[in-house]
Design a protein around this ligand. Structure first.
Ligand SMILES: *[C@@H]1O[C@H](CO)[C@@H](O)[C@H](O)[C@H]1NC(C)=O
Ligand SMILES: *[C@@H]1O[C@H](CO)[C@@H](O)[C@H](O)[C@H]1NC(C)=O
Ligand SMILES: *[C@@H]1O[C@H](CO)[C@@H](O)[C@H](O)[C@H]1NC(C)=O
Ligand SMILES: *[C@@H]1O[C@H](CO)[C@@H](O)[C@H](O)[C@H]1NC(C)=O
Ligand SMILES: *[C@@H]1O[C@H](CO)[C@@H](O)[C@H](O)[C@H]1NC(C)=O
Length: 268
């Protein structure tokens, strides 16, 4: 247990410590990058400090993956509370999603407003942080928002050891979670939006503090409860992602940077 706590926090420390590099020197290569130039990547096993060995825990590692007591995790409460998870479901996984919300504008219509067409995000496993450091979890989406969008090209690198999977839409009303990677098979699931709650006052305006606000918190239910382990998903602690109210001056399709904490519930 202690090991799990320590490794989660250290992994996060690396991400948090990276943020100033991105803004000031542009030397941080992103979630899958590490410090470029003459700096060593933080996961480098050749670096002096022994804690960097945590980076070797998967796969073929001689240290087991951490396990955390997710039964102790409290789902963050929305400004207007979302319905509770259905009886009998249990929390399976908590992930930070970092990507974009995509929108279209009808340029032929002078009074058109942006229409949401879906999201694309890479998901990072923060189950242990949710279990052990809920205060830290609260801050992670806004930290993640100011880091670059992860590059799928780097997903086989060691820095992606804690990638949970991918979030995308299979059509404009079907959010999908693919939590299977080359390192694990947590499961997949297709969902539909069943409830929504505006992001609370004080939610980030957008990346680097500039933008049109944070997308709503959501409850998603499985499109079909059969055939998938994940039954309900909550999108919480949103950071960014909102389009403006108007299409004036916008292109026909555009993206808005966002991050959020996703809580996935499974059936017994
Ligand atoms: C990743 O998620 C699983 C549950 O899906 C959990 O058991 C594991 O401890 C998590 N790892 C971290 C680093 O949070
Ligand atoms: C959303 O959840 C709230 C609180 O449980 C409930 O009052 C409301 O009817 C729900 N809205 C929809 C569209 O289901
Ligand atoms: C939506 O966003 C993804 C990720 O940035 C991008 O690959 C895709 O082309 C976008 N779709 C549209 C219609 O803009
Ligand atoms: C133009 O956009 C407005 C706002 O979304 C909408 O109410 C209206 O129906 C649209 N007009 C056409 C011709 O699509
Ligand atoms: C906010 O929305 C307006 C349109 O309503 C748009 O012009 C502007 O670019 C948006 N700002 C950001 C940072 O997305």
């Amino acid at each position: 247990m202690l090991f799990a706590q320590a490794s989660c926090l250290l992994a996060l420390t690396a991400v948090v410590a990276a943020a100033p590099f991105e803004k000031v020197e542009k030397r941080w290569g992103g979630w899958g990058g590490g410090w470029g130039g003459n700096g060593r990547p933080w996961w480098s096993p050749s670096a002096a400090s022994s804690y960097l060995e945590f980076g070797k825990r998967y796969p073929g590692s001689n240290t087991a993956a951490p396990t955390c007591d997710l039964s102790q995790v409290t789902l963050p409460t929305a400004s207007t509370p979302l319905p509770a998870p259905a009886a009998g479901l249990s929390l399976s996984h908590v992930a930070i999603g970092r990507g974009t919300q995509n929108y279209t504008c009808d340029l032929a219509n002078a009074t058109a407003t942006p229409v949401a067409i879906g999201a694309v995000a890479t998901l990072f496993n923060v189950s242990c942080v949710a279990a052990d450091s809920p205060d830290l979890l609260q801050k992670l989406p806004s930290i993640a928002l100011d880091l670059p969008v992860p590059s799928t090209a780097n997903e086989d690198s060691a820095a992606y050891q804690d990638m949970s999977g991918h979030h995308f839409f299979t059509d404009s009303s079907t959010p999908f979670f693919d939590m299977d990677t080359s390192l694990h098979s947590y499961g997949t699931g297709a969902f539909k939006k069943t409830n929504t709650s505006a992001a609370p006052a004080g939610a980030p305006l957008g990346q680097y503090g500039v933008g049109n606000g944070s997308v709503a918190w959501l409850k998603l239910d499985a499109k079909s409860s059969d055939g998938q382990i994940f039954q309900e998903v909550y999108r919480t602690l949103t950071a960014g992602g909102n389009p403006g109210n108007y299409c004036t001056g916008m292109p026909a399709a555009f993206e808005v940077q966002y991050a959020a904490a996703y809580f996935l519930f499974e059936k017994p």
